[in-house]
Write a protein that binds this ligand. Structure first.
Ligand code: ATP
Ligand code: MG
Length: 211
């Protein structure tokens, strides 16, 4: 059949930003659900460089997070990975992500996919008021996080219920550190990548020590 872009004329491109430390099935289900509901032609996963709001903990190197994201999305022909955030120096701000992606895809309508918890941080983002014209925001309801924010223009953000997946990267890191399984929480290739590179071993995940 016709793709959504063939129907509307403009490609509809989802943008899924995240630290992806590691990427897990919650991220993948959220992207898949938004793609299906909003008729997206593709979803671009964008691992952050230095997240502006995660400066309180040690984040795994960008290359490891990028490669895990590539491994996790490789089998889906509509899932892509972008290096724009990890290749840009300095902290990652969503306004820069959207500006870079729309420069690469001037023909596309962008849909920024975010968990309800992350939407709550939108107002703290640099140039938040510039964001609304750059993409439509889709807030996925994530177990344990509710969307409640003021100051966002009417229609700029819509919400979508996704199947309850109480998976977080924080829990995956804690499990890997404790020697507990992460099988089925993250894709098989990511389980193997974590083991191969010894990620999350022997670190206190809440610590902010830089060794
Ligand atoms: P951490 O525990 O380190 O904060 P995380 O699991 O929240 O990691 P992020 O990389 O911070 O993962 O999340 C990227 C985006 O995916 C955010 O918008 C977040 O809200 C969303 N997200 C994360 N986990 C889920 C989930 N289980 N279901 C739906 N959305 C999720
Ligand atoms: Mg998070």
């Amino acid at each position: 059949g016709m793709s959504p872009a063939e129907r509307t004329g403009r490609p509809r491109v989802g943008v899924m930003g995240g630290t992806f430390d590691p990427i897990h099935h919650g991220h993948l289900v959220a992207a898949s659900e938004v793609a299906a509901s909003y008729g997206l032609d593709e979803v671009v996963f964008v691992p952050t460089g230095k997240p502006s709001f995660k400066q309180d903990r040690k984040v795994t190197s960008a290359e490891h997070r990028y490669l895990m994201t590539v491994i996790a999305t490789a089998s889906n022909p509509r899932f892509m990975v972008s290096r724009v955030d990890i290749d840009r120096p300095g902290l990652t701000y969503t306004v820069d992500t959207l500006r870079d992606l729309s420069a690469q895809r001037p023909d596309a309508d962008l849909f920024f996919i975010t968990g309800a918890d992350a939407v709550a941080q939108i107002l703290a983002w640099k140039d938040a008021s510039a964001l609304w014209g750059m993409a439509h925001f889709v807030a996925v309801n994530r177990p344990g996080h509710n969307l409640s924010i003021d100051g966002i223009p009417e229609g700029a953000v819509t919400t979508l219920e996704v199947p309850a997946l109480a998976i977080s990267s924080t829990d995956c890191r804690r499990r890997a550190e404790a020697g507990k399984p992460v099988w089925y929480l993250v894709p098989d290739g990511v389980v193997q990548y974590i083991a191969k590179h010894g990620l999350y071993r022997g670190q206190s995940v809440e610590s902010n020590r830089d060794e």
